[in-house]
Write a protein that binds this ligand. Structure first.
Ligand SMILES: NC(=O)c1ccc[n+]([C@@H]2O[C@H](COP(=O)([O-])OP(=O)(O)OC[C@H]3O[C@@H](n4cnc5c(N)ncnc54)[C@H](OP(=O)(O)O)[C@@H]3O)[C@@H](O)[C@H]2O)c1
Length: 244
């Protein structure tokens, strides 16, 4: 994929989809800035990358705090590939959704990517190259019970993807999104297994994805192989079943 010499910041790389993306980008030769909150899991991912012959360092930051997001951008340094992966998903009927949870979804899923792009895209533009991949969700476009706040925060991210793609195109920066379906991660392991399988049963493939399957699409969009692709949302969601 021609990623040697490039630096990639992957948010939420201590677990799940972000971890799989970090490992695959490192395999392609990129130097990885592994982001998360959990120091031990961050150190584990860095060690795994180094053991495979790659290069990585961990930067801890709480994306719920915009000042900490700014600090993450500063400590990451020059970034060529930004994967906005860290996110939160809480499923609750609107009548039970608290204002605090509303803010948490917007802060992590929408505001943190915004702050990172605002901080890092000018450097990419100056160097004349850059690729940004935002991790959305199928729930941003397909209504799901209890997913209102989550869906809204990711739908905003999808619209930002389209705007950023247009805004930064002339400066050599591509911006795309991946919308996964139900994927096996520590986050979904904490959910009721039957509910996750019920979501999987609404896909054509009728199964839960492994994080590595989502990561393949993210790495492709981030790479030079996707050099003529910008502003798309690629569904990695097991396909839609036929009606009837
Ligand atoms: N899994 C799915 O079925 C699925 C489907 C569609 C879309 N997605 C999207 O894919 C992305 C990853 O999901 P996942 O299931 O892999 O997540 P996960 O297993 O819950 O892992 C979440 C990651 O985000 C980080 N994170 C969470 N809160 C944070 C905070 N306040 N500050 C900094 N980092 C924080 C965690 O880091 P620490 O643990 O180190 O704090 C961890 O690395 C999310 O954006 C999610 O919306 C997932």
């Amino acid at each position: 994929m021609g990623m040697s010499g490039l630096t990639a910041l992957v948010t939420g790389a201590t677990a799940g989809i972000g971890r799989a993306v970090a490992l695959q980008l490192a395999d392609e030769g990129a130097e990885i800035v592994v982001h998360g909150r959990d120091q031990d899991r961050g150190a584990d991912v860095v060690a795994e990358i180094e053991k495979a012959g790659g290069s990585a360092r961990f930067v801890q930051a709480d994306l719920g705090d915009p000042a900490d997001v700014e600090r993450l951008a500063r400590e990451a340094g020059d970034v060529d590939v930004l994967v906005n992966n860290a996110g939160v998903y809480k499923f609750l009927p609107t009548s039970e959704m608290t204002t605090e949870l509303f803010d948490l979804h917007m802060d992590l899923n929408t505001k943190a990517p915004y702050v990172l792009v605002r901080a890092l895209a000018p450097g990419m533009a100056q160097r004349g190259r850059g690729s940004i991949v935002n991790i959305s969700t199928l729930a941003a476009t397909v209504p799901a019970k209890g997913a209102g706040m989550y869906a809204a925060s990711k739908a905003a991210l999808e619209q930002l993807t389209a705007v950023w793609a247009a805004e930064f195109a002339e400066r050599g920066i591509r911006v795309n999104a991946v919308a996964p379906g139900p994927t096996r991660t520590p986050g979904t392991d904490a959910m009721d297994a039957a509910s996750l399988q019920a979501i999987a049963n609404t896909t054509a493939l009728r199964r839960i994805a492994e994080p590595e399957e989502v990561a393949e699409a993210v790495v492709f969009l981030a790479s030079r192989r996707a050099s003529y692709i910008t502003g798309v949302v690629l569904e990695v969601a097991g396909g839609r079943p036929a009606i009837g």
